[in-house]
Design a protein around this ligand. Structure first.
Ligand SMILES: N[C@@H](CCC(=O)N[C@@H](CSCc1ccc([N+](=O)[O-])cc1)C(=O)NCC(=O)O)C(=O)O
Length: 216
């Protein structure tokens, strides 16, 4: 059965692929699994029908054969565990790839999201100017540690995995800021992942939604 994911009807990221449906599309493209998309307005996301699928009224969700999942990390893990192509066969390598998924979501993404949130919500606060350098320093610390571990490897641990997919999805949030410029190895890492045909197809699909809205 073809899975169905949910995505923004009108994404605030204006086709830049930063909303979290893009990482689900990418995972499905990497394993060659066709999928359907249900587009939701912001209002529809908060109505009972969607809240029954996603307790926080967000996107993405994933539905397949009666299974309903939310949380992009859980959805990608489910896809990776049920298709070849995103997790190694070897048990230890598989566990390490999953660890990198958690590292992306739990260690690298939080300081990035906190800085974004500060930019949206605290720009008018007295502490804003003093706080930004602290937030940037936390991001640079993590990016420096990540770059040190990546070294001159193509991917974080052997072949491309769901761990790389999640880590690159997190790093893409920095593309509109100069923060990644100080970490050229990570910029190359992101570019290498974005050159993958599966990412290209996923990005084009979400862009088509945005462009369809413009024409629609
Ligand atoms: N932890 C959850 C987080 C899901 C989430 O944040 N969903 C967002 C969209 S992706 C996050 C996102 C939104 C916008 C941009 N952007 O660049 O405009 C980027 C990313 C959402 O539904 N927001 C609406 C709401 O909370 O009411 C997951 O990983 O699935």
């Amino acid at each position: 059965m073809t899975p169905t994911i949910t995505a923004f009807e009108a994404s605030p990221d204006r086709g830049r692929g930063l909303a979290r449906d893009t990482r689900i599309r990418w995972a499905l493209e990497e394993v060659g699994q066709p999928y359907e998309v249900r587009l939701l307005s912001f209002a529809a996301m908060k109505e009972p029908a969607h809240l029954a699928l996603h307790p926080f009224g967000q996107i993405p969700t994933y539905e397949e054969d009666g299974l309903v999942l939310f949380e992009s990390g859980a959805i990608i893990l489910h896809i990776a565990e049920n298709h070849a192509g995103l997790l190694p066969e070897d048990a230890h390598a598989r566990a390490r790839a999953i660890a990198w998924m958690f590292a992306a979501l739990n260690t690298v993404e939080p300081p990035i999201v906190e800085r974004e949130a500060t930019g949206y919500a605290e720009r008018d606060k007295s502490w804003y100017e003093a706080r930004l350098p602290l937030l940037d320093a936390r991001i640079h610390t993590r990016l420096g540690e990540l770059a040190a571990r990546l070294g001159d490897a193509s991917w974080l641990d052997g072949p491309f995995s769901a761990g790389d997919l999640m880590m690159v999805s997190v790093l893409q949030r920095l593309k509109s800021s100069p923060l990644l410029d100080k970490h050229p190895a990570l910029k190359s890492y992101v570019a290498r992942a974005e050159a993958r045909p599966a990412f290209q197809r996923a990005f084009a699909a979400q862009l088509a939604v945005f462009e369809g809205r413009k024409e629609g």
